[in-house]
Design a protein around this ligand. Sequence first.
Ligand SMILES: Cc1cc2nc3c(=O)[nH]c(=O)nc-3n(C[C@H](O)[C@H](O)[C@H](O)COP(=O)(O)O)c2cc1C
Length: 303
Amino acid sequence: MADMRVNIAGVEFKNPVITASGTFGYGREYEHFFPLSKLGGISTKGTTAEKRNGNLAPRIAETPSGILNSVGLQNPGIDKFIKVELPNLKSKGTVIIANIAGFSVDEYVKICEKLDATNVDMIEINISCPNVKHGGAAFGTSCQSAAEVTKAVRAATKKPIIIKLSPNVTDITEIAKAVEAEGADAVSLINTLLGMRIDINSRRPILKNNVGGLSGAAVFPVALRMVWQTANAVKIPVIGMGGISTWEDGIEMMLAGASAIQVGAALFKNPFAAVEIIDGMNAYLDRKGIKSVNEIVKKVQPW
Ligand SMILES: Cc1cc2nc3c(=O)[nH]c(=O)nc-3n(C[C@H](O)[C@H](O)[C@H](O)COP(=O)(O)O)c2cc1C
């Protein structure tokens, strides 16, 4: 069998497949399907300083080959995460990445300081959240605010930091370069693409929040393009996600430049998706006589 191990910012993963934040909760629902130790890693549901109930329902809408969500960061808050969920997750034998979100720079800092004192392996900073103190535009949509958050969390923790980028920008490589310059250890992308659906009878948006984030197979080519561009723009590792549903998608994403991948919405259709992707990628490497999965990273040959 090919060597599936990857190393991101000094953290060793037994394989490059991580479950994406918000699609795997804290692992409890999925451990009835397979041992979580099969996964390369788990990125937890986005956790904020205080408990949140999230947005009002309906907060999920189906789309062709995708899912539109406006869950609104429902989570138990960082203290309960550290006390209850993290010890359980850390006993599962896989890399645990705490995905966090904040509505101000101070909130990101406060959460990182608390996580710094735990045994969590890495922190993934979701910067697709509105900056409440500065007009509500998402932190991840300007180089300045993305850099500001990165600088602040870098000072708040020694844990490896992954900055999770928003695709709702003109040029994602500019944001990636800005967070790399402030000390990000890795970037992950893409978060969901802003979208909308309308009920033609009530003439109301289907989501109570009016708009939501699109993910699932429909977004894969967009995500692949952004990962490829970003991997060519920065030196730090890129973790690729967005619409990965099959092992072939996983291979494509790594050829584009991802050092590891995350699987999200596909898990809602098939809870075994991540495990099947690990096995399928491994079998592909064997068939091709490739000894280590690292050998395919960024090996696309552009025309
Ligand atoms: C229901 C749902 C909830 C999500 N919650 C979070 C979250 O809390 N934090 C975050 O960084 N990303 C969140 N995401 C985004 C995913 O982690 C991922 O970036 C995105 O869905 C693209 O990957 P996919 O197409 O494989 O799902 C969520 C996605 C979905 C579908």
